[in-house]
Design a protein around this ligand. Structure first.
Ligand SMILES: C[S@@+](CC[C@H](N)C(=O)[O-])C[C@H]1O[C@@H](n2cnc3c(N)ncnc32)[C@H](O)[C@@H]1O
Length: 251
């Protein structure tokens, strides 16, 4: 699994300004939330620090939040307690989800914020999508957001350094992404992410993590969704845009 335990501590420096609060994060999915039945049961299966899960719970939705990283799950539980919501949290890799939940349990499963590329290759991705599909009720929906990996690969290996300090909790940090693009799509790629906090006295405290990544083309994702019994209902894919969202319903 991708290691996110060190980044969990500094993850807010990686979340965009517009999605920092749980309410803002959930509001960014207003359109798909309007498709939910009343008394819906929702899973966020790569919950990170919990902004989406806690935001959804704040709207009165029954939410379970899971993640492969123990530290991420802990942060989600803390955020839920802090805001007085009752999100159930479970540490689980995507492939382990069927060990924790019955088939046909959820009305909606979220896998957002560029998470799926951490599944190990096409086999791992299909296994992850298969788990998510099993847990959905018939007619339930998977909501997936992704980077446009075609663009990321076309830019090649590089270093991206934030052009401004990012301020969170009164502390400034420089955020650095090092993209290590492998020769072939199916190879393991690497992304190193560093958050270097600078205090008023000039001291620097850095946290970083080297993550493994297996990018995919949009058409591969579409075919894989079909293979696990999910039919794409809506897609914002545009080869020139940085990110896209796919909503796929369980057939
Ligand atoms: C880029 S973060 C996105 C977090 C959150 N969804 C957001 O939008 O802020 C990717 C998340 O996927 C989780 N993850 C990576 N591999 C996973 C796996 N195999 N099973 C479940 N979660 C995984 C990581 O621990 C991390 O929290």
């Amino acid at each position: 699994m991708a290691g996110y335990d060190a980044l969990a501590e500094v993850y807010e420096w990686l979340i965009s300004d517009a999605k920092l609060t749980p309410a803002e994060f959930a509001a960014s999915f207003d359109d798909v939330l309007s498709l939910l039945p009343s008394n819906a049961h929702v899973l966020d299966c790569s919950c990170g620090t919990g902004q989406l899960a806690v935001g959804l719970a704040g709207l009165g939705i029954r939410v379970v939040a899971t993640d492969a990283s123990e530290a991420m799950v802990r942060r989600t539980a803390e955020l839920s307690d802090e805001l007085g919501t009752s999100v159930r949290t479970v540490r689980a890799d995507w492939e382990e989800l069927p060990d924790h939940f019955d088939d046909d349990t959820f009305d909606m499963v979220f896998c957002v914020g560029n998470s799926l590329h951490h599944a190990v290759g096409a086999r791992g991705r299909v296994a992850a999508l298969e788990s998510m599909s099993r847990l959905l009720r018939r007619g339930g929906r998977l909501v997936l957001t992704s980077r446009t990996w075609e663009l990321v690969r076309a830019r090649g290996s590089r270093l991206d350094i934030s052009d401004r300090l990012v301020r969170r909790n009164g502390r400034d940090a420089v955020v650095v992404y090092r993209w290590d693009i492998a020769p072939n799509w199916e190879d393991e790629h690497h992304i190193e992410i560093a958050v270097a906090q600078v205090d008023a006295a000039g001291s620097v405290l850095a946290r970083s993590e080297l993550l493994s990544s297996w990018p995919y083309r949009y058409e591969e994702l579409e075919a894989e969704l079909r293979r696990v019994g999910l039919r794409t209902e809506m897609s914002t894919f545009n080869p020139e845009a940085e990110n896209y969202m796919v909503v796929a319903a369980k057939v």
